[in-house]
Write a protein that binds this ligand. Structure first.
Ligand code: SF4
Length: 213
């Protein structure tokens, strides 16, 4: 019955294509170079699956398998219900994503805290990955109506959980980034090339950018 109550609290899922054009991973790409998001959305189907993307997915699945067997102490918790690969979407934010793991703290249907966890095949918690955790937090708040105060980045190579507080500046950064992405999408205007020229040398979209060296 508690499960039913929880289900009822979820908002109806929006239409993916029209209401939630962006995925949480687009926030990371935007931080890398806004043009990557432009190409992904304005030239769909051109993006190959890179080795890095595939390796990240496989590492995430392996981490999920290990997570099931381990305690919650790494998150500073005694008890919580774990749900893996939780689909979240908000037409208000124009955003959707699949959280690797959500920790539900408290009795089912009356949770006092929800905590998103994002697995990363990385040795450090970078600004753009913190942005992704915050975005999952905002999606959880909207879906379940429970304030999300923090999330975690789980760094797979180090087997370390790094806490990410959803501070007002971090929340504002997510919203401002989403606003800029919406403006780009509706205007269909290609953003400026990145100022970090070195990353163009290894960018999979380089063949589309005629103005980079
Ligand atoms: S080649 Fe450079 S400017 Fe073009 S999308 Fe890649 S990083 Fe951005």
């Amino acid at each position: 019955m508690d499960e039913m109550l929880l289900e009822e609290r979820r908002l109806p899922l929006p239409d993916e294509k029209h209401d939630t054009p962006f995925r949480v991973s687009d926030l990371k790409q935007w931080a890398y170079c806004p043009r990557v998001v432009y190409y992904t959305h304005c030239l769909p189907d051109v993006r190959p699956t890179t080795w890095n993307m595939q390796a990240g997915r496989e590492a995430g699945r392996r981490a999920e398998g290990r997570e099931i067997r381990r305690s919650l102490r790494r998150y500073g918790l005694e008890e919580a219900r774990r749900e893996f690969r939780v689909y979240l979407a908000s037409s208000r934010l124009g955003l959707r994503g699949i959280a690797d793991l959500v920790l539900f703290v408290g009795p089912s249907g009356e949770e006092e805290e929800l905590i998103p966890v994002d697995y990363k095949l990385s040795h450090k918690a970078e600004a753009h990955t913190r942005l992704q955790v915050a975005a999952y937090g905002l999606l959880l708040e909207e879906t379940y109506g429970v304030k999300v105060r923090r999330g975690f980045l789980y760094l797979i190579p180090r087997r370390q959980a790094v806490e990410v507080r959803l501070t007002p500046p971090l929340r504002r950064k997510v919203l401002k980034t989403l606003e800029a992405m919406q403006t780009m999408l509706w205007s269909e205007r290609m953003p400026e090339k990145t100022a970090r020229a070195a990353q163009c040398a290894v960018c999979e979209f380089r063949r589309f950018c005629n103005d980079v060296l």
